[in-house]
Design a protein around this ligand. Structure first.
Ligand code: HEM
Length: 449
């Protein structure tokens, strides 16, 4: 293990005792997943709708009826996870308010939980939902991280990527030309395009893309509470492999920097420099967020357009409509279904008093079907005029850094696919990914001609 990796593993400089790592992994799983699983399952058995959404795979696959039952209870209702909202207005207000944050104050937790969280902390297998990932830290740290990465995602920098996205899509479609019979479109196209684009942006070798896809698929589950031990261990192994890869990658770019974002991040002047742990968290998030979400946008779009063939044909006739079509897919079948915030102080909201420290679950996928904002919200309409008002990229200070890039990958990737294979059809039942926070397909069998 390198000196840096050793430090990240929390060593004091001597070799860690052999039992520490497995014990830490077990405690980590128990406090982050085992206990929440017991609690959520008990809530689900008692009929709590959020508990059922998170524990019952069938409901997860088809959550939209449950969202409507929750909506009928009002804009903000109690649940096993604190409060929950399906309202676009309330979700938007929370996301934009500095009276809510992403951080969680552990000081009120029982002593044993605090100990377990501390003992279980392991930088060598940290995921994107753990500090110092910018997704889960509040200002001022959030502002510091965000400023460093957002330079690479300005509208102009994003637009400059279009030719590269088009070339990558064309190359992937060329290899699809040689395939006969039924093809898994996720494996052959929807997963490949985003990973190749983000690899380019981060200067990581594209020949490692199969590794990234494997690691990303296992690690994406850590966004969900209550993972079974076996899946958690697979995610833990994947995260360790990703952090080891990043150690090598950073060392390579320090020796031989390129023009990419990561080369800039590893060679920042001392006053801006990130610690090793911050650097890992930032690049891991960009890498993971860069492909684990956009794959779902592409897959969800193909399934919706297959079910609404007239709209696929209309887009073929008028390719200028793809931008709005992408917004409508993001709205109707959002790749990120939920997020959460904690009240930092007492707030009056949605007709309730929300006490400081209360956790609120924001069902983005439900807010995007709020009839107050989107008339006839369950209808798929690629010409919907206000489709872009969705919250699929969240809002406020954590608004998705890569939103512009994802939109571009969606529009370019789908248009290129429809032009090359106009007769493409879903052939057989697509299989959903077994995830709660992310929503997309694991397998999407199609015929191309
Ligand atoms: C369809 C594709 C995508 C969707 C639906 C999506 C969605 C989201 C959402 C909902 C959040 C905020 C979560 C919250 O507020 O708690 C977020 C944050 C983020 N996304 Fe995306 N994303 C997508 C693609 C991308 C891409 C391509 C990148 C990178 C290249 C990216 C990088 C990030 C980063 C770095 C954050 C953290 C921002 C912050 O905390 O300030 N995302 N994304």
């Amino acid at each position: 293990m390198s000196a840096t990796a050793e430090t990240r593993a929390g060593s004091t400089g001597t070799r860690p005792t052999p039992w520490v790592r497995p014990a830490r992994t077990a405690v980590r799983w128990a406090v982050r997943h085992g206990l929440p699983a017991v609690y959520l399952s008990r809530s689900a058995r008692r009929g709590d709708l959020v508990g059922r959404l998170l524990r019952d795979r069938a409901l997860r696959e088809q959550p939209y009826d449950v969202y409507e039952q929750l909506r009928a209870r009002g804009p903000l209702s109690p649940s096993s996870l604190g409060l929950v909202t399906t309202s676009h207005a309330v979700a938007q207000e929370i996301l934009r308010s500095d009276r809510f944050g992403v951080g969680w104050d552990r000081s009120g937790a029982p002593k044993a939980i605090r100990w377990a969280l501390e003992f279980g902390d392991d930088p060598a297998s940290s995921g994107v939902a753990e500090p110092p990932s910018m997704l889960v830290v509040d200002p001022p740290d959030h502002t510091r991280f965000r400023r460093l990465v957002s330079r690479a995602f300005t509208p102009r920098a994003t637009a400059a990527f279009e030719p590269a996205i088009q070339r990558t899509a064309d190359r992937l479609l060329d290899s699809l030309e040689r395939r006969e019979g039924t093809v898994d479109l996720v494996e052959a196209y929807a997963a490949q395009l985003p990973v190749l684009v983000i690899a380019d942006l981060l200067g990581v070798p594209t020949d490692r893309r199969e590794d990234f896809l494997r690691w990303g698929a296992a690690a994406a589950a850590t966004l969900d509470p209550g993972l079974p031990l076996r899946r958690y261990l697979a995610a833990d192994r994947a995260l360790r492999a990703m952090h080891r890869f990043l150690d090598e990658h950073f060392a390579r770019l320090r020796r031989d920097p390129g023009e990419d974002l990561v080369s800039r991040l590893v060679s920042l002047p001392a006053e801006e420099a990130l610690t090793d742990r911050e650097l890992h968290a930032t690049v891991l998030l960009l890498l993971g967020a860069g492909f684990e979400t956009t794959v779902n946008l592409l897959g969800n779009a193909v399934v919706l357009l297959d079910a609404h063939r007239d709209q696929w044909e209309a887009l073929r006739a008028d390719p200028g409509g793809w931008d709005t079509a992408v917004e409508e897919v993001l709205r109707l079948d959002s790749p990120v279904q939920l997020t959460g915030r904690t009240a930092r102080e007492e707030v009056q909201l949605g007709g309730r008093t929300v006490r400081a420290g209360t956790r609120v679950t924001l069902l983005l996928g439900a807010a995007n079907r709020d009839p107050e904002v989107f008339p006839d919200p369950a209808r798929f309409d690629v010409t919907r005029v206000n489709a872009r008002e969705h919250l699929a990229f969240s809002g406020g200070i954590h608004y998705c850094v890569g939103a512009g890039l994802a939109r571009l990958e969606g529009a370019v990737g789908l248009r290129a696919l429809s032009e090359r294979f106009p007769a493409l059809r879903v052939a057989g039942a697509p299989e959903r990914r077994d995830l709660q926070t992310l929503r997309g397909f694991e397998r999407l069998p199609v015929t191309l001609r």
